[in-house]
Design a protein around this ligand. Structure first.
Ligand code: NAP
Length: 251
């Protein structure tokens, strides 16, 4: 029987693949058989090594996604170097923290442009190719703040709530064209993005006490959800935001 989770012969783009969650997702997709374009503003050499060690191809695509200028190039370079495109994972993202009363326009624009605007236009550029081939998978990386308000992160909450809405809109428009658009909402995952929280003894304890699983997540904890949403196993799953959070939202 064919393995519905097998990604052999598929080509994936993963943005922000040099570190953290993006690295974990790229390696998980490669372990399931996919070749991967590693997209980001910093070189993803370490991730490329891990992908190649699994016997898959890796392409390094340099792109600063703080503007939408590189999005078409990202798709074209992937097609040029890896000969196809089947899966897009929008993972690159940033966070800025300040009280809402003091929050600057710069911190608003930087986060919304990277986390939401570039995500939409990369979906559009990849979507045109996927629609033309009649098949494809898009996975956007959302957040607990796609469901909750958070505190001192107004542009991040707006962007990640926007990612959840955008995921549903694109699913509505593209489901009948053979494209699945879904999202993964990670809980508290130990990465650079959360280093400040992990280092703050008080916050770290409060967070751990509230997670039913009793521990921070690791980027590898998200791999199974990504392979599921990238594979034919999820062909009838549309517009879903899948929480991988150790039970945080159930609390
Ligand atoms: P991370 O370790 O800081 O990684 C973020 C990635 O995004 C890095 O590869 C970074 O590249 C890339 N990136 C940032 N700005 C970019 C830009 N302008 N152009 C291209 N790439 C850019 O954080 P992470 O925790 O793995 O976060 C990955 C995603 O998961 C983000 O969307 C984040 O919001 C989301 N998330 C994280 C958590 C968590 O608990 N960690 C929870 C929910 C959601 P550089 O190395 O060049 O900066």
């Amino acid at each position: 029987m064919n393995n519905p989770f097998d990604l052999t012969g598929r080509v994936a783009i993963v943005t922000g693949a040099n570190t953290g969650i993006g690295q974990g997702l790229a390696v998980a997709l490669a372990a399931a058989g996919a070749d991967v374009a590693l997209v980001g503003r910093s070189p993803a050499d370490e991730t490329a090594e891990q992908v190649r060690a699994l016997g898959r191809r890796a392409a390094l695509v340099r792109a600063d996604l703080s503007t939408i200028a590189p999005v078409q190039d990202v798709v074209d370079q992937t097609l040029g170097e890896l000969g196809g495109l089947d899966i897009l994972v929008n993972n690159a993202g940033i966070i800025r923290r300040a009280d809402a009363v003091d929050f600057s326009e710069e911190d608003w624009d930087a986060v919304v442009d990277t986390n939401l605007k570039s995500v939409f236009f990369l979906c559009q550029a990849a979507g045109r190719h996927l629609i033309a081939q009649g098949r494809g998978k898009i996975i956007n990386i959302a957040s607990m703040l796609s469901f909750q308000g958070g505190i001192r992160v107004p542009s991040y909450t707006a962007s990640k709530s926007g990612v959840a809405g955008l995921t549903k809109l694109l699913a509505n428009e593209w489901a009948a064209r053979g494209i699945n658009v879904n999202a993964i909402a990670p809980g508290y995952i130990a990465t650079n993005n959360t280093a400040a929280l992990q280092a703050d003894e008080n916050r770290n304890r409060q967070i751990m006490e509230r997670i039913p699983a009793g521990r921070w997540g690791d980027p590898s904890d998200l791999g199974g959800a990504a392979v599921f949403l990238a594979s034919s196993a999820s062909d009838y799953v549309q517009g879903h935001v899948l929480a991988v959070d150790g039970g945080w939202l159930a609390r």
